[in-house]
Design a protein around this ligand. Sequence first.
Ligand code: CMP
Length: 403
Amino acid sequence: MVSGNPPRHEVYRLLESHTATGSRRKAVDTFLVLLIVANAGVVLFDDALAAGPHWRPWLIAFEYLSVGLFTVEYLCRLWVAVDSEDVHGVSAFRARLHYIVSPAGLIDLIAIVPFYFGMLLTLDLRYLRLLRLFWLLKLTRFSPALQSLAAAFYQERRSFLGALLIVMVLLMTSATAMHLLERDAQPEAFGTVLDSMWWAIITLTTVGYGDVVPHTGLGKAFGGICALLGLCMFALPAGIMASAFVEQIKRRDFVVNAKLVSQVPLFTGVGVMRMVEIATMLKPRTVPPLYTVVRQGDSADCMYFVLSGELEVQLEPKPVYLKAGDFFGEMGLLDRAPRVATVTAVTDTQLLVLEESDFHTLMRAHPEMRATIEAAAAARRAAPQPADRPLAPRSRVEPEPAL
Ligand code: CMP
């Protein structure tokens, strides 16, 4: 990563950074997603929209504007590739090359290049317009779910190749056998192995158009076996994909959690194994401004760690504000008592939520964390509380040997 160019780094944070959040980053992402979806809509309804002649110039203008904006986007991404978190200690040229040949970079490039070729070589613009559907691939960048799907596919590529090989063998065998069994009865449909292939594909994939069916007794019996085999064989890739997808999602959630957990001061320096344990317990949650996270008097079932943003603890005579690195909701859990105050988000706020049962497990396993949290709670108890605060009993987290 090469740094030292503030405007470029700012553009990087707006466009590319994995860690940057905030409303401006969200606005850029939303704008690009809407532009892509609007263009896909225009392609789908192109004929209907163009039926009114006054629409045509607007559609063309929109297309040119979109290509222009995507070109600016591509050039910006190329410019800021130098700041990428994925490339370390390489020259600016290599960092940019890395972006150009990355799957996302290639999709960005292929999305714009045909239009410039079309303009230069005066190709048929109707086909070029259809290419805008290709822009939908750009959505992968904005959808973690699509990224997980692509990662799942890549992770299971060998299993897919194996399954594909079996499917090919099955197709060839079925087509050949049916050709031998049915060629005399139906020379037009099963005259050659290649002709029979249509029947084999439609039967093994369980689509079954029914335009070509076996007529002989043996052909029908073999056709039945093929249909059953198809059911098993074509379900295999779907199963591989589904389990790999779930695994990817779990892995991604874990990595996201681990990254977030490492930002909480209380958990820094706990060691990798402990971090893994804690990451599985905490659930990220984002709340908007004015959202009441806990309400005074409600029963307590979790505590919260603040990752970003600001919250207000409504206390008399004046409120207390919590920010990144703080935690709250611990008093209700420690005391097994109702919430002593209402806590409301002031800005967009990122939290990590720790459920009650996990809280007690963690407190038992980490006496040093318990001591820190109890000390904070004790200091808060000593501070002024709302007038109708319920009496807080003593801490009831039984100290037990570490897990
Ligand atoms: P709990 O009672 O579970 O829910 C309300 C939370 O507000 C409480 O836990 C504390 O985490 C927090 N809180 C209460 N008093 C203070 C204070 N004086 N300063 C900061 N936070 C507080």
